[in-house]
Design a protein around this ligand. Structure first.
Ligand SMILES: Cc1cc2nc3c(=O)[nH]c(=O)nc-3n(C[C@H](O)[C@H](O)[C@H](O)COP(=O)(O)OP(=O)(O)OC[C@H]3O[C@@H](n4cnc5c(N)ncnc54)[C@H](O)[C@@H]3O)c2cc1C
Length: 416
């Protein structure tokens, strides 16, 4: 199989990358390990979309705006504009990739690659039929964990500097059958009081400091982002398995506690948990520019910007209680340069995920879904330009990339 652009991973960054590459004229293949698209937003039950506005200005537009429009037109977007229905999202994403002409291969897990002199010649995937290879001029790593970049030999970092620990993992879950779930602030206060009392008397040992919940599309259902699993590696099968056991144990314990003690929860039940525990952070590749905390806190702009955000640095404590939040100056935003999505030393690879070149702190801001979506659109567009011009992605003109992104409706920063 030979394509212009091959993308491993059909999640938050991978779908916009594939759509952008195909719309830009590249023969594009998207390979995803599951049987549907969306990554954390669907498989991980992560909700809502966070942090893509500075006042009225949308800092992520383009394909992400089309996703929002698609959700809205199919009744899959909450009146708050951020909460969405993950089943409708799957369909919206199917339509986007099909209409763009992307070849999609589900149930295809990336397992290895063949490289020569810093160029990826082919990537290997495993499906039910056995292993198969995909050749392409440009590859895009959208696995979230930089699986392809790491296998190809990119320099990577994992977790925070002092001990390599990553942000905690969280199994998201939904509770249905709640009475008066619409009065969210009241429910939040009630559940928090019950939660903190159970922690204080030793019945609960969860490291998370409070209850984090969100509305859903259904009036009797709430979304919980409250389990916290610390100190385990999201890159080890053994530790990931421990994390899945622990996330599920915490979810059931919380639901049993609320059903026993919270008014309105008498007939509630754990309706579903995500099909995998949510991984906030794992590997990050090193690129020609390393985005740092100061870039975010000083709202830094870049001539080669390809995405923008004002979501704060949001670090859930990797080793226990507490969450650190550090904001971008009011009304302003920071930008992400193209150099952050180009792994050093691999000539034909781009990143379309949270695993771009950034420190642990900077990653804690750019990791939210709208921003990763913008990064994905930039990666796919750049890959298509590089293929068309028969040059390395690092050698395309960043101004031409910005023009292409702007023409496609994306916001690419102050100078865009
Ligand atoms: C618990 C939790 C809560 C969060 N809360 C929010 C929130 O409220 N709002 C917000 O905006 N963001 C939130 N985030 C952040 C956000 O969900 C992620 O950072 C973002 O989705 C990452 O996008 P991605 O494309 O890098 O990875 P993903 O969306 O995970 O996509 C990766 C895709 O690659 C596939 N894949 C992985 N490995 C392979 C392989 N080897 N072969 C083939 N396919 C593969 C996966 O199946 C998946 O489809 C949260 C994250 C977590 C974990």
């Amino acid at each position: 199989m030979k394509f212009d652009v091959a993308i491993a991973g059909g999640g938050t960054g991978g779908v916009p990358a594939a759509v952008a590459a195909a719309r830009s004229g590249a023969r594009t293949v998207l390979l995803e390990r599951y049987g549907f698209l969306g990554g954390m937003a669907t498989a991980g039950l992560v909700n809502p979309y966070m942090g893509w506005h500075a006042g009225e200005k949308a800092l992520t537009a383009g394909i992400f705006a089309e996703i929002i429009d698609g959700l809205r037109s199919m009744g899959g977007l909450h009146e708050n504009g951020h909460t969405f229905d993950e089943e409708i999202l799957k369909l919206v994403l199917d339509r986007l990739v099909c209409e763009a002409g992307v070849t999609v291969l589900f149930h295809s897990t990336f397992v290895g690659c063949r490289c020569s002199e810093g160029i990826i010649e082919s990537a290997s995937f495993v499906s039910k039929g056995g292993p198969f290879d995909v050749e392409a001029d440009c590859f895009v790593d959208a696995t979230g964990d930089a699986d392809l970049a790491t296998t190809a030999g990119a320099e990577i970092q994992v977790g925070r500097n002092e001990d390599g620990l990553c942000q905690p993992m969280t199994l998201c879950f939904r509770v249905a059958g709640i009475k008066a779930a619409k009065d969210l602030a009241h429910v939040q206060r009630t559940l928090n009081a019950i939660y903190l009392a159970a922690k204080a008397d030793g019945r609960l040992k969860n490291p998370r400091e409070n209850i984090l919940l969100f509305p859903t599309m259904r009036p009797d259902v709430l979304h919980f982002n409250t389990t916290r699993v610390t100190g385990l590696s999201p890159l080890s099968a053994g530790e990931l398995s421990e994390a899945e056991f622990e996330g599920r144990r915490q979810a059931w314990q919380l639901v049993e506690l609320f059903c026993a003690e919270a008014p309105g929860f008498e007939e509630a039940w754990l309706e579903k948990s995500a099909m995998l525990i949510g991984v906030r952070e794992s590997r990050r590749v090193m690129g020609a520019y390393l985005l740092e905390a100061d870039d975010i806190l000083s709202a830094r702009k870049f001539a080669d910007a390809v995405a923008a955000s004002r979501y704060p640095i949001d670090i859930h404590n990797p080793s226990g209680e507490g969450t650190v939040l550090k904001g971008v100056p009011e009304g302003d935003w920071y930008e992400i340069p193209y150099r952050c999505i180009l792994p050093l030393g691999i000539g034909n690879l781009l990143m379309a995920s949270r695993a771009i070149s950034a420190t642990h702190e900077a990653h804690a801001s750019l990791r939210v879904m709208p921003v990763v979506s913008g990064i994905g659109q930039a990666a796919g567009t750049a890959a298509a330009i590089a293929c068309r011009q028969k040059v390395a992605p690092a050698d395309i003109d960043p101004a031409e990339l910005k023009d292409a992104l702007s023409a496609a409706g994306a916001f690419v920063g102050a100078e865009g």
